[in-house]
Design a protein around this ligand. Structure first.
Ligand code: SF4
Length: 304
């Protein structure tokens, strides 16, 4: 098949726009969408030191390349990469290799923070017979990332969430009745009211996952393609399957889900959120007396 915009061979079909794109036009589309989102939502406006959370997977590696392309030559801004090692044997070490490789190729400063020093390694948690690893992993990762970002003096931390991640997360938060998390889930991370909280921005939030995969492959971006051994426990799996099934039957439904949420935000009708205070145990930003990381550590009977 030929690209709908030129005579080159197409590498992807976009069912929501009934078009075929070659690698060059797909790359332009992906970078344009990321750039437009950053401008529209003021993701880096007034922010000088920007971090990118890099796991070594396709999304974060692509995000690092795109951010490097868009702001890497801006002398007024500094770009650095932050990786969290959750302590998942046979998995995370391999992806960290890819993260290191890309940071080296782009000349970007790279920092690694470990659950073994700041939380509890996931393998140890699973040895304890837990069946909901992603709850622990998510809470600990967000805690580690925020503290790391603050220590590094970052004004914002870019996360590689793509359109699929965002609509799955919104759906999950609705299903769990988590209005505070829905309210905080903004493209530019601007909803935080605690100076200890480093805003998380999501430049890829309007780009479908399969377009990021095609972007990474076409641009020969190194990434780790393995799956976390604990992913099978995630509640996200059936939600992902359901939304993908709906997208297959009704192309464009992911965009419509995202746009519904953004419209609610723009109408100012998003649910209110509690002011963020500080955790009584670790002092990190928290909307409850004790943050979830410290509650989890207490339930795991660990002190760090
Ligand atoms: Fe962590 Fe779950 Fe992701 Fe594995 S699948 S890295 S346990 S959140």
């Amino acid at each position: 098949m030929k690209c709908s915009l030129c005579a080159s061979k197409a590498i992807i079909y976009l069912s929501y726009s009934e078009s075929f794109l070659c690698g060059k036009h797909l790359s332009r589309l992906v970078e344009k969408r990321a750039g437009n989102s950053m401008r529209r939502y003021g993701m880096i406006r007034g922010r000088k030191s920007i971090g990118v959370a890099v796991s070594g997977g396709k999304d974060s590696q692509s995000l690092l390349c795109i951010m490097h392309k868009l702001i890497g030559k801006d002398r007024g801004r500094k770009l650095s990469a932050v990786t969290v090692d959750e302590g998942i044997g046979g998995y995370r070490q391999n992806s960290i290799v890819k993260a290191k490789q890309l940071c080296g190729e782009l000349g970007i400063e790279h920092h690694i923070f470990r659950f073994s020093e700041l939380a509890v390694p996931m393998d140890s948690i699973m040895e304890g017979g837990k069946t909901d690893p992603c709850s622990y992993c998510g809470v600990f990762r967000r805690w580690v990332l925020n503290r790391a970002s603050r220590e590094l003096g970052l004004d914002a931390l870019a996360i590689g969430h793509n359109l699929d991640d965002v609509v799955q997360t919104l759906q999950l938060n609705i299903m769990r009745n988590e209005p505070q998390r829905i309210a905080r889930f903004t493209p530019n991370g601007g909803n935080a009211d605690n100076p200890g909280f480093v805003p998380r921005i999501r430049p890829l939030f309007s780009i479908p996952e399969r377009e990021i995969v095609a972007y990474a492959l076409h641009n020969e971006i190194p990434f780790h393609n393995g799956e976390c051994p604990y992913a099978r426990y995630a509640l996200r799996n059936p939600v992902r399957n359901f939304i993908n099934d709906m997208e297959g039957k009704y192309p464009g439904i992911k965009f419509r889900m995202l746009n519904s949420y953004l419209s609610v935000l723009e109408l100012g009708a998003s649910p209110g959120y509690e002011r963020m205070g500080a955790c009584a145990s670790c002092g990190e930003p928290s909307s409850s007396k004790t943050c979830k990381r410290c509650s989890f550590l207490s339930s795991l009977k660990r002190n760090i």
